[in-house]
Design a protein around this ligand. Structure first.
Ligand code: SF4
Length: 322
């Protein structure tokens, strides 16, 4: 990737694959995904349900074991670490889940929930733990009076704040945010996104932000990667991707975002055709069955992700490096 020697790369993912054995063959959930991510930046990963974006996040963190590929975190290949080494590293790499309610223990109060990772990672002094819990509650905007409340007594936004406080407990360097605002009302979404951005500014945390909603990721991400059926089909700085999407699938996704200006003549691109099965997919462009530009080459050769402009990567036979 361009100018990489000058960049402070925190995460380097190379040829990551996750296949699942299913009836009829292998489901290629993540298929040869490679990218780098700079320290303190946010990479948004977007795509429809089933495109492999959440599986990518979990395979990077080894919450599920990748089928193959390497994940370098600060230069160390974490795909080769033992369980014990991985347990120690978990302080630095964290996840925030989509549904805060199901990821919280209903029998634990707010303070017990936030205290748990501190106990797990060996903070033995109770007074220190409690002070850290108070500090974390303040960081995520949870009032002290909620310390003894249970998850069912709180709204979705507050529950997600608990999830964020837990993820922050051990001062991580990197967090995978898996659809963290999808289950929340729009007004609460903005509050949580602002909170996460503030925390990033203060603590220099690096995020992968996974979402099906391009409009959410636009103002939040430095770079955006678009996935389609397990493959990364486009990756670019957020502004470039919104101004000049190059892959036919990205163009269709962007055309579906409502524009507030009633005079705007943006036309929605409706995708037709069957979605290719991710089980034993053919050696072809996986978008060919829905792409209006598909040629014979697209149906028998898989396009590689190539850099067609500085920092703008696309996997499409129509595009070549300028
Ligand atoms: Fe469409 Fe062919 Fe490009 Fe695939 S490779 S997106 S089928 S033009």
């Amino acid at each position: 990737m361009a100018n990489e020697t000058k960049r402070d790369i925190l995460l380097d993912v190379q040829h990551l694959k996750k296949y699942f054995n299913v009836a009829g063959g292998q489901l290629h959930a993540v298929d040869d995904v490679s990218f780098t991510l700079e320290r303190g930046k946010t990479l948004g990963i977007v795509g429809e349900s089933g495109c492999g974006k959440s599986t990518t996040g979990r395979a990077i963190l080894r919450l599920i074991e990748p089928t193959s590929g390497s994940v370098y975190f600060e230069g160390q290949d974490i795909s080769k670490l033992s369980k014990e080494e991985m347990r120690k590293l978990r302080k630095e790499i964290q996840i925030i889940f989509q549904d805060p309610f199901s990821s919280l223990n209903p029998r634990q109060t707010v303070s017990q929930t936030i205290e748990e990772p501190l106990k797990i990672h060996g903070m033995k002094n109770k007074a220190e733990r409690q002070a850290r819990v108070r500090e974390l509650m303040e960081t995520v905007g949870l009032a002290e009076r909620l310390a003894n409340a249970y998850p069912h007594e709180l709204d979705g936004g507050r529950r997600q704040r608990i999830g964020i406080a837990r993820a922050l407990a051990m001062n991580p360097k990197f967090i995978v945010c898996d659809e963290p605002v999808s289950a929340l009302d729009v007004s609460i979404q903005a509050q949580i996104l602002n909170l996460m951005k503030d925390i990033q500014r203060k603590h220099g945390i690096t995020y992968i932000f996974i979402t099906h909603d391009l409009s959410v990721v636009n103002h939040f991400s430095d770079d955006i990667a678009v996935m389609y059926l397990g493959r990364m089909v486009e990756k670019a700085p957020a502004e470039a991707l919104f101004e000049e999407p190059l892959h036919p699938y990205t163009k269709a996704l962007l055309s579906a975002i409502p524009v507030p200006n009633i005079h705007s003549k943006k036309e929605r691109i409706l995708l037709k055709g069957e979605v290719t099965s991710p089980i034993n997919p053919p050696k072809a462009c996986r978008f060919a069955s829905r792409c209006e530009y598909a040629t014979d080459k697209c149906r028998c050769e898989e396009p590689e992700l190539i850099e067609v402009k500085p920092d703008h990567f696309v996997a499409c036979h129509l595009l070549k490096k300028e």
